[in-house]
Design a protein around this ligand. Sequence first.
Ligand code: NAD
Length: 513
Amino acid sequence: MSSPFARIGVVGAGAMGRGIVQLFAQAGVPVVLHDAQPAAAAAAVKSIADTFGKLAEKGKLSAEQVAGHLSRISTADALGGFAGCDLVIEAIIERLDVKQTVFRALEEVLAPDAVIVTNTSSLSVTAIAAACRHPERIGGYHFFNPVPLMRIVEVIGGPRTKPEVLTKLSELARSAGHTPVVCQDTPGFIVNHAGRAFGPESLKALGEGVATHPVIDRILREHVQIDGQGFKLGPFELLDLTGLDVSHPVMESIYHQYYEEARYKPSVIGAQRVAAGLLGRKVGEGFYRYDKGNVVADPAHQEADAPPAPAGLRAWAAPGPAHKEVRALLEALGASVDTGAQPGPDSLIVLTPLGIDATEAARGLDARRAVALDTLMPFGHRGCKRRVIMTTPATEAAWRDKAHGLFAADGARVSVLRDSAGFITQRVVAMIVAVGTEIAQQRVASPADIDTAVRLGLGYPAGPLSIGDKLGPARIVEILEGMHRVTADPRYRPSAWLRRRAQLGLSLLHDDQ
Ligand SMILES: NC(=O)c1ccc[n+]([C@@H]2O[C@H](COP(=O)([O-])OP(=O)(O)OC[C@H]3O[C@@H](n4cnc5c(N)ncnc54)[C@H](O)[C@@H]3O)[C@@H](O)[C@H]2O)c1
């Protein structure tokens, strides 16, 4: 596939600029690199050459290919070196004023129809273009780190960007083996916007004392099952990897850019931990402590061992959508099932709330004997790695422990939470769908592209709209409405896109005709 651009300039020789140069040199396009720091461009070319050398050692590139790729890379001491480029990609410091200055200077050097794009993560492409004489040839080209391996790029158009610019940028990405997703210039574009559920909702649950961070991480890795897969990393493992100094400002920026929209409200925990310097892996300590890149084991991070399965326990399952399956599970685990319309005086009360908390689900029942089981994911006998239960504040420790022992009787690991509207899994997964459908409603991109971008950009087991479809849009609405009712927090209101499709029995990937 041939490139629609003949010569590409890259400004900024940092982590992103290097990756972009490598990508397009490998795709056969001549690339010129410039950085304001005199030695930075040369250092970047050296590091790219080292990368090619390693790929050659592994047999992934031949010596001729390495020589060919390197011959296409050159450096320039000044922006004047970009004369003759028909595309310049800016990957410099994330500051609007500095980017605007560079764009204005580029316009002096380039032909009027040359395309100029920014790799900004959080600034408005439109605001950068507003400083230019020809905003119609300005766009966003948002790559992910490391560029050659993260095979997705958001191709961003502002209100004045010509559609041909986006078409050519998409073709270029495809010619380099990347998947382009065209999206509107909105805060966080697709991927950083869609990512406003997993971390922030987990931080919110942590802030409410529902569970400790290692428990939340384990639940999202092992309890969540979307086509048999959980999240590869828990939210706190991910925050430690990205660095809270990077993630927390993104959370704040998207929240403010959306005029304090409750859905995106960040947690005070993030701000405090940034102030404390607990940034993550790069400083050796974040939510976890690290020694030479490995997590240091901490006994406080262990969950209590399951008590022995209680003998002769009677258990009563509250009516609900999974009632039959819960009764079958209780029986298979060795409990004697209380089939009365109301629980007998010595029965464990098993609640199965969707969205509401255990306290709300226990209304009219003896909360001292009540425990809630999360039934959103597979929970049957020998049918899951992990089960999640939660107590009401009134649940007595003896009943909690009996439930813990019972639900671990087939070898499943059991996490025990304090009361939470939506446990952990329900609230985090439902928020991922809520935010994904909000992005669809805002027409930031096509429904299919939203899913593709999130799957490739965030590594989720499926895109947010497909996750909603697999779990059932009506169930997701029920969870969100339950959370909304119990907490009175507008954060949890279902988006119009989700509510309408759930009501009409349509897929969340269905676009209006
Ligand atoms: N790092 C990521 O994960 C990531 C992902 C997507 C997008 N981005 C965005 O990409 C851009 C670059 O990020 P990065 O991580 O590569 O940054 P970086 O700090 O690694 O590199 C930035 C480079 O730009 C150079 N620079 C600064 N001002 C300049 C100027 N006026 N002219 C020329 N060069 C200048 C610096 O000397 C430095 O070498 C930012 O806008 C960032 O938000 C970063």
